[in-house]
Design a protein around this ligand. Structure first.
Ligand code: ADP
Ligand code: ZN
Length: 445
């Protein structure tokens, strides 16, 4: 562990610390951020009204739109001169939101990323191949700072230029890699194509995040790169990557660094706090941030929390995998669908791979969903590597049956009718460095 005393704080002590920090941050934003002063005045909550964690649900949520309305620096709690660095969200869903850090915030950022890397298996002296994008995106510089704090050797490769990445991994022999899970898939696949076996690679651990992924992808990456991969979670508004990380021992949920970020899970419709274990929207209150403190920030990410003790000894609450983000949710003929649900279905079908794309169109008044999915290399061999056109599929009973099987499983599990297109290995979109968009919603176009 990077900070054993803090990472194993008894839960009671942690709670007391959170309560104290919450009181402080509420008074801080009330005094410094006009947006929060108005919000609290309107809700009839004075800063002195907060006695502890139990008062948190009285506060309204802060949403992405609030940040956009105050673009670029309107929610900052310090004068611009005290802001040491600016980042922006990658803008996966609309206009980017701008975030800022004081020197102290950057210290906290490095600290939580160092904890995350250590939880993932990294040790001082190991080398990190950091393939997260550098720039306004928080991934690159975020991992970089944490790795330096931990005492690693950092290779700031950034995303993209896959050929060069493969070479550097072979020549420099890093033990740890950080990137998006979809890019780790790409790297694993490219090594395989070149006949480089996982045993020849020096990599031992992979720290993957910034987009949803599943156990199917984990298996593929672990086997393809010869690593034990863990999930890193975060978002720019709260700090960046390193809000939470899985421990490499268990890999059963990501420990949220709770002395800095206070999590809640609430009902997506009503906003009411949900009991432990129930899936809802993840909401964070920053407890120590100076430049951009946020109260009850609505992440839009869906998951659950568990406070069950973990064998790694860390006492910090764990969050489950992100099942989707509310703005990623597709409504197809009235049925709510998340890409990760589709992926989970594909995982249960050996003839296909978790490389897919969902295309939604409006035909007249009806939504039509097409699921394009790659068949496995082995199945492709078996059918004689035919071009997978509609005519070929209709004419070959194995292809036809596979198409039906995928459509049925999706219908049975998720309740939505999809048209299935089979793709040859390598035909579905791949990550070229950053986040991969698996959904193409043409209804909005
Ligand atoms: P953007 O909203 O533009 O993508 P960020 O780059 O700040 O902005 O990305 C944060 C978002 O990325 C999170 O809210 C979440 O939806 C997603 N994300 C980050 N880490 C993970 C992860 N480990 N698993 C699933 N989703 C993640
Ligand atoms: Zn653990």
């Amino acid at each position: 562990m990077y900070q054993p005393e803090l990472e194993t704080l008894p839960r009671e002590t942690l709670r007391t610390l959170q309560g104290e920090r919450l009181k402080r941050i509420v008074a801080y934003v009330y005094a410094r951020v006009p947006f929060y002063r108005h919000l609290m005045d309107e809700a009839g909550i004075g800063p002195e009204a907060v006695r502890g964690l139990e008062d948190l649900p009285r506060f309204p949520f802060t949403k992405k739109d609030h940040l956009r309305e105050h673009y670029p620096f309107g929610l900052f709690a310090v004068p611009r001169e005290e802001v040491a660095r600016i980042h922006a969200s990658s803008g996966t869903t609309g206009k980017p939101t701008v975030v800022g850090y004081t020197k102290k915030d950057l210290g906290v950022f490095a600290e939580v990323v160092a904890r995350s890397l250590a939880a993932a298996g990294a040790r001082p002296g190991m080398m990190l191949h950091n393939a997260y994008g550098y720039g306004l995106f928080t991934g690159g510089l975020g991992l970089h700072g944490g790795a330096e704090a931990l005492g690693m050797t950092v290779v700031p490769v950034s995303g993209g230029m896959t050929e060069r990445q493969l070479m550097l991994i072979q020549d420099f022999r890093p033990e740890v890699i950080s990137c998006t899970p979809s890019y780790a898939q790409t790297l694993a696949e490219e090594f395989r194509k070149r006949g480089v076996a996982p045993e020849e690679l020096s990599l031992e651990y992979a720290v993957l995040g910034a987009e949803p992924w599943t156990e199917a992808i984990r298996k593929q990456v672990d086997e393809g790169l010869g690593v034990r991969s863990t999930n890193i979670y975060g978002l720019s508004e709260i700090i960046g990557p390193g809000v939470a990380n899985e421990c490499v021992e268990e890999r059963q949920g990501s420990h949220i660094w709770e002395d800095h970020f206070l999590p809640e899970v609430v009902d997506p419709q009503t906003g009411e706090p949900l009991p432990e274990g129930k899936v809802g929207v993840l909401v964070f209150t920053t407890l120590t941030k100076e430049a951009l403190p946020l109260l009850r920030y609505w992440t839009g990410d869906l998951t659950f929390l568990t406070r069950e003790p973990c064998s790694c000894g860390r006492t910090h609450v764990r969050m489950g995998p992100i099942l989707g983000r509310t703005d990623d949710m597709l409504i197809i003929r009235g049925v709510n669908v998340y890409p990760t649900q589709v992926e989970a279905v594909l995982l249960g079908i050996p003839e296909v791979e978790p490389y897919y794309q969902i295309v939604v169109r409006r035909e007249g008044t009806l939504d039509e969903a097409e699921l394009k999915v790659e068949v496995s290399e082995r199945f492709f061999q078996e059918i004689g590597k035919k071009a997978l056109s509609d005519e070929v599929i209709e004419a070959d009973h194995r292809l036809h049956a596979l198409r039906e099987k995928v459509a049925h499983k999706v219908k049975d599990t998720i309740g939505v009718t999809v048209k299935v297109s089979l793709l040859a290995p390598g035909e579905a979109p791949r990550s070229e460095g950053g986040k991969l968009r698996r959904v193409l919603d043409l209804r909005k176009a």
